[in-house]
Write a protein that binds this ligand. Structure first.
Ligand code: GDP
Ligand code: IMO
Ligand code: MG
Length: 422
């Protein structure tokens, strides 16, 4: 952390790496925590003092009540879901109205965006993406088409603007013969809009730059992961926002020269939720074991997460795309019982070997190297000195491949199960 800088904490694989846990852990070191991309498709889990929270649109810095949290211009926000999420935090004693600021430029997810999300998925049939159904794709599409509604729109002639965009969506839904009834949902949504008026709706890019000019430090909290990025992910099986380091600049309105550290967060193995190519996916008992031990079920949709060994080709690619300066390895404890552990170091397709990310990973087979498991309980450890040699070797193997140091190792879901390496 440096004053006047924005450090980025980015999921660098397929999301669900443990961003929520680490942002919460880092928060005391920063003045401001800001989300720059995504919306309620995210599910960030934070566990401390026997309490568990899953945050979707609200930054994971809210549990330190002295810090400002910002939902940046690159985000998309559903007022009804936002109200439910904020209410839950407020009833748990975390007041938000003064210290959660929302960018007037963030886009609004309408109830009809969610219908369109479902309608487009139905239309794709077998090729469906397996979205979270939160209206993310249609909302970002409207943003790019320059017809979207922004948070700032609720301050001025809102009913008229809402009706126009809703009518546009209804014409599409009608053409697609998509049946829907949003009567109840729309009431909650409108109530959410009223609720949002109680928050500080700001020109967040001006605000963040002023914080930085005054020597404050900002932590940018990523959502999703690099392989779900609209440009750099496994397109079209991606989300619709810029989840990578470039997205921090556009999603908060800060210059590239403001970026300080780039923390790349990944799990000691791989998971993916939703459809799309996943060369390391295991369809056998080992995959089931990883899912069971790692509790790999989606925080937003409850779906089974697809599981496999670590993918170093993907990791190295993400390190390059984001300019990662420090790595954070999560869920190391999930591998505690394995006698041997594999790491994917290349892909093969049609007789060709790839060590850099190919255009399309569909049909790629993973090439593995096998390492010794450590077969002991990492969750009891509080210092890297106590790590078994086989675990040290696993860390060194990853570092040698991607050429960036692993600075933090997580050995359990709780805030305290976090080991900083020297
Ligand atoms: P995010 O979307 O990146 O914030 O990650 P999620 O919250 O969707 O998923 C991460 C899951 O792993 C959550 O259930 C966390 O409580 C859990 N978790 C985080 N770190 C660890 C760890 O080191 N070990 C174990 N066993 N679980 C962890
Ligand atoms: P966090 O922030 C994991 C996936 C969905 C789907 C694809 C597109 O918790 O890491 P969308 O609803 O965004 O249009 O879905 O992206 N996806 C995520 N997977 N973690 C997430 O967020 C995700 N957000 C979206 O499963 O495959
Ligand atoms: Mg998640």
């Amino acid at each position: 952390m440096k004053s006047g800088k924005v450090d980025a904490l980015l999921g660098i694989v397929f999301g669900d790496e443990g961003k929520g846990k680490v942002v919460d852990y880092f928060t005391p070191q920063y003045d401001v925590i800001a989300r720059f991309a995504g919306g309620p498709n995210a599910g960030h889990t934070i566990i401390f003092d026997g309490k568990k929270f899953i945050l979707r649109s609200i930054p994971s810095g809210v549990f330190d009540t002295h810090k400002i949290n910002i939902i940046g211009n690159g985000c998309v926000l559903a007022p009804d879901l936002f109200q439910a999420e904020a209410n839950e935090l407020e009833s748990a004693g975390y007041s938000l109205k003064e210290r959660l600021h929302i960018s007037k430029r963030a886009q609004l997810i309408l109830p009809t965006h969610r219908c369109l999300d479902r309608a487009y998925e139905t239309l794709k049939g077998k090729g469906k993406i397996g979205t979270t159904g939160k209206g993310i794709g249609p909302t970002y599409s409207d943003k790019a088409a320059r017809v979207g509604l922004r948070v700032g729109d609720i301050l001025n002639n809102f009913d008229e603007k809402y009706a126009a965009l809703k009518a546009r969506h209804e014409r599409i839904l009608h053409d697609l013969h998509f049946d829907y009834d949003i009567t109840e949902e729309e009431q909650k949504w409108m109530a959410g809009v009223e609720y949002m008026r109680q928050f500080q709706l700001t020109d967040s890019e001006v605000e963040i730059n002023a914080f930085l000019d005054n020597g404050k430090s900002v932590l940018a909290e990523g959502a999703q992961g690099t392989l779900l990025d609209i440009d750099h992910g496994t397109y079209p099986f991606v989300s619709s926002s810029s989840t990578t380091c470039g997205g921090v600049c556009t999603g908060l309105g800060i210059a590239p020269s403001r970026i300080g550290e780039v923390f790349g967060i990944f799990k000691a193995y791989s998971t993916r939720v939703g459809a799309g190519p996943f060369p390391v996916e295991l369809f056998d008992k080992t995959g089931d074991t990883l899912r069971n031990i790692g509790h790999e079920y989606g925080a937003v949709t409850g779906r089974n997460r697809r599981c496999g060994w670590i993918d170093l080709v993907a990791l190295k690619y993400a390190v390059t795309i984001n300019g990662v300066t420090q790595l954070i390895m999560m869920k190391s404890d999930v591998l505690d019982d394995f006698k041997t552990i594999k790491a994917c170091t290349a892909y093969q397709k049609n007789g060709q070997t790839f060590t850099t990310m190919p255009y399309d990973t569909e049909g790629c087979d993973a090439v593995y190297e096998e390492l010794c498991g450590w077969q002991c309980d990492l969750t009891k450890m509080t210092d890297e000195e106590a790590f078994p040699q086989a675990f040290k070797d696993y860390i060194a193997f990853i570092e040698a491949y991607v050429k960036v140091p692993i600075k933090i190792v997580s050995v359990g879901p709780d805030r305290t199960a976090t080991i900083v390496r020297k």
